[in-house]
Design a protein around this ligand. Structure first.
Ligand code: SF4
Length: 468
């Protein structure tokens, strides 16, 4: 008998864990999401987001056809003349149209803006849920087709310090170990992450390890649910991540717990580092003896440092480390601990940044960053970062924004400012779902492709807004 449904294997669209999921689809509608028992990442389990959070796919409110704002058409009278027949009334604010018309109008308007002002009046901001192929083409479109260096993505905002801190110290901004190495570690240090809520499927592994009696240290400014499984409940004052991490380095150096052989053969500038840590009065954990309410840290930090140094250990961290003014330095302090103790480059010992969206690594690897071309090569020119771009939208230097998959109006602080900046643009294109289209007629002499939104592999519908 013929099956009345199909099953599609794909990845969860939410967090950076990347759980492998299977969608059961009947009549082009998802009726169930589940994980295979032998799922490599999910291990047969999904969190509530992955398992039940798919209503949005079939929401009537989703954009399923390109939309062009009526005010934009009014300001650009050529649209009515050239494409009037393709514009159909959608609601009081928008016309709907075909993808071909939307992309043609986009291409023509971008040509007009970049010729009138300069290619650098254009910027592109991508989301870290965009797949690698689209991210690569998106940055290429910005840099090569348009000729603007201003490309950025939301992963730079949240975990850029992990990229920078790791690249500057160990040369690569990515997790050093697969998640299953958590089972092979003897000690886990989790800092700045409410892992049970934010990355539950990784938390399952941490809890399993803790239940088997292996030591877990949780370092955070607030009590999280993981504390009940932890050997060390290390609550710290606000803005002290760097101080705590350097205090651990102090203990490891002062008590000569570092891996001398590893340091000699693999680490540069150890003597300078040693001197600066030992001479820093704040790095001595005794500093906390005089910090009211946190006196216990003077003893707990050395205990954690000893256990970390003497065992096969992994450090996991989240936005509680990176979204601080000293985020990059705190990540460097984390990698310094791994380098001091040789807890890197081995099975069950390493560094795992807990990333936010499902393709933060890929979007950055593909060069959606103002200071890195694909594969972290130097770009021809360094572009502006999103907060600077927002300022320049207000000042009038940036005239066009091409946005894929990032809810820029919501996720950045100071929404009044963002709203003012977006209103000041001559062109705002927002693309949901992400595929690129070749359009030979509009871009005959350039790289010849423009953006459009369409079906995301699997089962989702996307759309295009053109607005200004
Ligand atoms: S842990 Fe993350 S990737 Fe896994 S199911 Fe939950 S939201 Fe999806």
């Amino acid at each position: 008998m013929q099956k009345k449904y199909i099953e599609k294997e794909t990845l969860c669209t939410y967090c950076g864990v990347g759980c492998d999921i299977v969608g059961t689809v009947r009549n082009n509608k998802i009726i169930k999401i589940y994980s295979k028992k032998d799922g490599f990442i999910s291990q047969g389990k999904l969190c509530i987001k992955g398992k039940y959070g798919f209503d949005f796919v079939h929401s009537k409110n989703r954009v399923s056809t390109p939309l062009i704002s009526k005010s934009f058409v009014k300001k650009n009278i050529w649209i009515e003349e050239e494409f009037g027949d393709s514009l159909k009334d959608f609601n009081e604010n928008f016309y709907k149209t075909s993808l071909e018309t939307a992309t043609s109008i986009t291409a023509k308007k971008l040509s007009e803006i970049t010729e009138k002002y300069s290619p650098k009046s254009f910027c592109a901001i991508g989301g870290a849920r965009t797949n690698c192929e689209s991210s690569y083409l998106f940055q290429k479109f910005c840099r090569e087709t348009i000729g603007s260096p201003h490309i950025d993505n939301c992963a730079r905002v949240c975990h850029a310090p992990s990229l920078r801190g790791m690249r500057e110290t160990i040369g690569e901004g990515a997790s050093t170990n697969p998640y299953n190495d958590i089972y092979k570690a003897d000690f886990l240090l989790i800092i700045g992450s409410n892992i049970l809520e934010a990355h539950p499927i990784i938390a399952n592994r941490v809890v399993d390890v803790a239940m088997k009696g292996r030591a877990v240290a949780v370092v955070d400014v607030r009590p999280t649910k993981l504390l009940k499984f932890a050997k060390y409940n290390c609550l710290i004052p606000f803005e002290t991540n760097l101080l705590i991490l350097n205090s651990m380095a102090y203990v490891i150096i002062n008590e000569e717990l570092y891996d001398e052989k590893f340091v000699k053969s693999r680490v540069k500038n150890f003597e300078n580092f040693k001197k600066s840590i030992l001479n820093d009065q704040y790095s001595n954990p005794n500093f906390f003896k005089n910090v009211k309410g946190y006196e216990y840290l003077a003893e707990m930090i050395p205990e954690i440092a000893r256990e970390y140094a003497n065992k096969k250990s992994i450090i996991l961290w989240g936005l509680g480390v990176t979204e601080h003014i000293d985020g990059s330095y705190a990540v460097m302090a984390i990698t310094h601990l791994a380098l001091l103790t040789g807890n890197i480059g081995k099975v069950g010992a390493g560094l795992i940044p807990l990333r936010g969206q499902n393709n933060v690594q890929g979007a950055c690897d593909m060069g959606c960053l103002p200071y890195y071309a694909p594969d972290y090569r130097n770009p021809k020119e360094i572009g502006m970062m999103t907060p600077d771009l927002v300022n320049e939208m207000i000042s009038g230097k940036i005239k066009a924004l091409y946005n894929i998959g990032e809810d820029i109006a919501h996720i950045h602080p100071n929404q009044n400012k963002i709203s003012k900046a977006l209103k000041n643009l001559d062109f705002l294109g927002w693309f949901q779902g992400s595929l690129f289209y070749w359009n030979q007629e509009i871009w005959p002499k350039k790289a010849d492709f423009i953006l459009g939104g369409l079906k995301v592999p699997g089962f989702m519908k996307g759309g295009v807004y053109i607005n200004a």
